[in-house]
Design a protein around this ligand. Structure first.
Ligand code: FAD
Ligand code: NAP
Length: 531
């Protein structure tokens, strides 16, 4: 007999809501979390400037009307401390802590075919048998530090944005190097620059970034949303990306250059992620995309005084939006400061970390601190970090040797009763993740309830359904411009990782309908078995 109905791995937004849903069904569950607190992303990523780039009124749970009415966000985009205190509030309010074991990393999960149970083990010596194993391990939770020679010889201090010290870091008077120019770097660089004696930014690939226009939350907007929150959330669920943006159905090429500029300007001054929704074909047609990319490059040239630095900051070799858009506050302007130097490590790569700093092919840089803003082994890193063994002892690593294969991003053939929340093959990272998390958790909880009602003990994706889903995910992914970029969506940031466009780009509204249809047809594409 299993010890619990389900083990949930991870206590971020996904794990917490999963626990809450299972409790409400009267099912026993135990959560293991590697961190020493709940919050996931918002527990780990404490770097200066960390905040969400989906607006706070959207980037929050919708499952409890009391919760969403009571909670008051202070800014358009909430800061990391505020999001973390929100998550802790949710854990307290719904009494979640008592089933969560912190500071415990799950090391293996093995399916026993005869007993139809998963045995989960941890680095603290736990061994738990569960009917279901639910991976709420996060898409961006496995920090990636490049294997640069000499790292251990560095005489100063190194940091990774996704493993930031809880005590905070004071860079006053220091020579600091930031490696990377993705979203984490772009948020932290302006703040580190204001503190450090000198900041060196080591850039391999420039990113496109739109201004956040963050501000205190407009009380009138908050009142309007709260008066119709149910409708606001419904629209988000039915939307493409999990929040409502003004979306044009026109082609960028069907309007005059003047009209296009007006429209881009409008979005730029509004700020935020809606920029790539300006025209319907920005992510499918290179020529259309070029118009938006050139607009962004002009903005960079206008913001940065030194034309050489501006040229270096302007992305040229991939379409705008095909690497995750960044959202910033004063990023480009930071390069006008006398104490900031941009170093092109595409032209002159980092050769080694040295006791005194780091060395590129062309020069040596003396540094007191190095900040790795080098991202994550996205989407598959946390799952493959666990020794997961399904039917016949087959490992997930083996099943995914050519890239992740899932049915709906939720389940894997050969791994019965294993679910992934926002797994590869689901919209996940292309959406407001809270909307996607709630949808997956609700689907899984409904599935477990239906299985209990019908006396089923196992559910497993069929290989045929999985193959068809993988083919569909690939087909629509390849109909876009996304595969043209060396992005973490493609696994390109991790040496040796298979090149596969991992998320599902069909949109969260359409995807929800697909998942609902699968459930309505008695879990079409899955095999269910009784006791
Ligand atoms: P996570 O929050 O990543 O939680 C997973 C947890 O699982 C982690 O705490 C981890 O420690 C734990 N875990 C993993 N493996 C194990 C193991 N083997 N054993 C035990 N525990 C384990 N998304 C948006 O939609 N909008 C945003 O504005 C946004 N901003 C972001 C900003 C940053 C800096 C980052 C890194 C991501 C951001 N994201 C954003 C994505 C963000 O990850 C999701 O929105 C969301 O927080 C994910 O929740 P989760 O519970 O699925 O995963
Ligand atoms: P990221 O987007 O993957 O950026 C990592 C950066 O490090 C890139 O510039 C990358 O360059 C560089 N890099 C990686 N390995 C390197 C190496 N070996 N040598 C030199 N440079 C290297 O990671 P991130 O900035 O942490 O963001 C990850 C995701 O988290 C985002 O895309 C977003 O989804 C989410 N996030 C959101 C926010 C927000 O605003 N709410 C903030 C932070 C993160 P290349 O591009 O050349 O690989």
């Amino acid at each position: 007999m299993p010890d619990v109905h389900a083990v949930i791995v991870g206590a971020g937004f996904a794990g917490l809501y999963m626990l809450h849903r299972l409790r409400r069904l009267g099912l026993s569950a135990r959560v293991f979390e590697a961190g020493n607190g709940v919050g996931g992303t918002w527990y780990w990523n404490r770097y200066p400037g960390a905040r969400c780039d989906v607006e706070s009124m959207d980037y929050s749970y919708s499952f409890s009307d009391e919760l969403q009415q009571e909670w008051k966000w202070s800014e358009r985009y909430a800061s990391q401390p505020e999001i973390l205190s929100y998550i802790n509030h949710v854990a307290d309010r719904f009494d979640l802590h008592r089933d969560i074991q912190l500071s415990t990393r799950v090391t293996s999960a093995t399916f026993d075919e005869a007993g139809r149970t998963w045995t989960i083990t941890t680095d603290r010596g736990d061994r738990v048998a569960a009917r279901f194993c639910i991976m709420a391990t996060g898409c961006l939770s496995t920090a990636q530090v490049p294997k640069l020679p000499g790292r251990e010889t560095f005489g100063g201090t190194t940091y990774h944005t996704g493993r930031w010290p809880h005590r905070g870091v004071d860079f006053t008077g220091q020579r600091v190097g930031v490696i990377g120019t993705g979203s984490s770097a772009i948020q932290s660089i302006p703040i580190i620059a204001a503190q450090a004696a000198h900041l060196f930014v080591f850039q391999r690939t420039p990113n496109f970034s739109v201004p956040a226009r963050n501000a205190p939350l407009d009380p009138e907007f908050e009142r309007q949303v709260k008066a119709a929150y149910a409708d606001f959330r419904r629209q988000a669920r039915e939307s493409r990306v999990g929040f409502v943006v003004e979306r044009s159905e026109a082609s960028a090429l069907a309007v005059t250059p003047d009209e296009r500029r007006r429209e881009y300007e409008k979005r730029w001054s509004r700020g935020g992620l809606g920029f790539t929704a300006t025209y319907v074909d920005l992510l499918t047609n290179q020529e259309a995309n070029d118009t938006a990319a050139e607009f962004c490059r002009e903005k960079i040239r206008a913001a940065v005084r030194d034309p050489t630095v501006a040229a270096l900051l302007a992305p040229k070799d991939y379409p705008v939006g095909t690497k995750r858009m960044c959202v910033d506050t004063g990023y480009y302007e930071t390069f006008n400061r006398d104490n900031v130097t941009l170093v092109d490590i595409r032209r002159s790569p980092i050769e080694a970390i040295t006791p005194a700093g780091l060395r590129t092919r062309e020069a040596a840089y003396a540094l007191d601190s190095i900040v790795f803003a080098t991202g994550f082994d996205a989407m598959t890193g946390a799952l493959l970090g666990i020794d997961i063994r399904g039917r016949g002892g087959r490992t997930l690593n083996d099943a995914w040797s050519e890239g992740p294969q899932t049915y709906l991003g939720l389940a894997v053939a050969g791994f019965p009763n294993l679910f992934a929340v926002t797994g590869p093959g689901s919209p996940s990272v292309l959406s407001n993740m809270i909307v996607s998390i709630e949808q997956h958790v609700d689907w899984i909880a409904d599935c477990l309830e239906a299985m209990r009602a019908r006396g089923h003990e196992t559910i497993e994706a069929t290989a045929a359904a999985q193959d068809a889903w993988v083919a569909h995910v690939n087909e629509i992914g390849h109909a876009t411009l996304y595969p043209r970029a060396n992005s973490w969506y493609m696994g390109a940031n991790i040496p040796g990782k298979p090149r596969v466009f991992m998320p599902y780009i069909g949109g969260v509204g359409a995807y929800r309908q697909i998942c609902d249809r699968v459930a309505a047809k008695g879990y079409d594409g899955f095999t269910l078995a009784g006791a």
